[in-house]
Write a protein that binds this ligand. Structure first.
Ligand SMILES: [Zn+2]
Length: 202
């Protein structure tokens, strides 16, 4: 009887050992799974449409001190609520306003033009000119890092799309038939812009 009792004690000890070993093994398996799982559930930030674009510039990252370097990432539902249907069509669905109908086509007051979606200051009246193309035209943005340029092969053409670097909204296109000193024409939808008058005119 005593031997049987001893055997039971030893046996339960073995079972305990096995159990703790299993728990340790399970722990070793579960922890990496949680770590890997959380990576997929919570993807790393900053992986928005903006980063997939080809940036125009590698230069000045700190432009004009308007504290507008923070990216704006919103869902299409959020944009839809904030923008008018026409703004949404142009800014978020890459639409184009009808030529010669935009509010800034023949508008030449002194000031700056902001992104109508996020307020990023994009263009100055100093670089605005009348190209006659039917849309507001600028020979340069305020700073190269204000915008993103991306190849656009829609409608059977190869064009360069201009997007807001802060929120990724569509602004217009840039062409190589502009005036000096850049020779570029930033052809931008009025709908994509919001003018703001500035006091210190040059
Ligand atoms: Zn913007």
């Amino acid at each position: 009887m005593i031997w049987l009792f001893v055997f039971i004690i030893i046996d339960t000890q073995i079972l305990k050992d096995i159990f703790t070993m299993k728990t340790k093994k399970l722990f070793l398996i579960i922890v990496p799974l949680i770590v890997i799982g959380s990576y997929f559930v919570i993807p790393p930030s900053g992986n928005s449409i903006i980063t997939s674009g080809q940036t125009m510039s590698d230069s000045t990252k700190h432009a004009k001190g308007d504290n507008m370097n923070t990216k704006v990432v919103k869902t299409e539902e959020e944009w839809k609520k904030e923008l008018t249907p026409e703004e949404y069509r142009v800014l978020r669905e890459k639409g184009t306003e009808r030529a010669f109908t935009g509010k800034y086509d023949h508008f030449f007051e002194k000031g700056v033009y902001k992104c109508a979606a996020c307020g990023n200051v994009l263009f100055s009246s100093d670089s605005k000119y009348n190209s006659g193309c039917g849309w507001p035209s600028y020979w340069t943005p305020l700073a190269k890092d204000k915008i993103i340029l991306r190849e656009d092969r829609s409608f059977g053409m190869v064009r360069t799309e201009v997007l807001c670097a802060r929120c990724g909204s569509h602004l217009g296109h840039v062409f190589d038939d502009g005036p000096e000193p850049t020779g570029q024409r930033y052809c931008i939808n009025s709908v994509s812009l919001q003018f703001e008058k500035t006091e210190d005119t040059k």
